[in-house]
Write a protein that binds this ligand. Sequence first.
Ligand code: NDP
Length: 331
Amino acid sequence: NKEIHLVKRPEANPTQEHIKLVEGERPSPSQEEVLVKLLYVSVDPYMRGRMSDAKSYIEPFQLNKPMEGGVVGEVVDSKSDALKQGDLVTGMLPWKEYTTAKAESLRKIDPSLGPVTTSLGILGMPGLTAYFGLMDIGQPKEGETIVVSGAAGAVGSTVVQIGKISGCRVVGIAGSEDKIAYLKNELGIDETINYKTENVPERLEASCPDGVDVYFDNVGGEISDAVYPLLNKFARIAQCGAIASYNVPNDQGPRLQMHLIKSSALIKGFTVGDYQDRFKEGFTHLAQWLQEGKLKYEETITEGFENIPHAFFGLFEGANLGKQLVKVAEP
Ligand code: NDP
């Protein structure tokens, strides 16, 4: 039973030296537990934070223990009445090919809503993050301009589309020509900026002639520094992520305070967990838009349990379009 352990805490970029593939025992379920065979594993940028032992809103991963995160799995043995063999489930589980879990900690997937992988992407944590971050904090109004950084990722690509559904002009920033083409051709975005090849401040100014009303920020750093001067009076910033600084040892934070004052902008950091009580509402909207063809999603699927770390490292190089997943087994 293969497992992936954290063996060293990274100072900068996470690499293979911080992670070890370990052979363990296949566990068996106790009363009220099930045995789950992992099918798909989600790798997410926030996991970088859990590799460090700095104080945060979520516990650090323990050294020499399996890393964990969102997965889709199949119940292969059950000692609970709530779930039976063959059920497909999603939950937070350790990176072990087979693992046990309390049945009550898992959610049974309804396959009629979309492919099972959507429960780790557009109908899961990233989709809910996009929905609540934009609707609750961004408060988009028809005709307004929204700028989205990290626009072609799991969260960003959903924000772009909900921004269009809300009748806004949407400007997206991403790091490759393929991603730019996807945003333009598939998602119908209004303007795009490739931050690796274009002058971001100049292109932002040209793309936002009426300024910026909502900034949905996934990356922070210099990209955000270029957005702040364009904030309109009473702009809203949904501070979702700051991936540009996750691997920077001495955080060189963005210099935004003066711009916030001048624009009376509202900035609010959030974690999707703040909206736990309203997940049903978010999920209902996302599922409805998906069924109506108003939302699209893209997945980048790496194959093989041992390639989970590689897929995770790729998030910091922009290797993924849409949600990065790892397929570890057939059902
Ligand atoms: P993505 O699918 O967007 O994957 C990460 C992407 O970030 C990469 O593909 C890459 O795209 C971009 N990126 C990586 N390094 C940099 C860099 N140095 N500068 C600019 N862009 C970079 O991940 P998610 O959609 O899952 O997450 C997006 C953000 O939202 C992350 O910051 C994450 O931590 C945050 N988040 C926050 C949540 C919350 O509750 N607040 C919940 C979920 C996510 P490119 O090619 O464009 O560079």
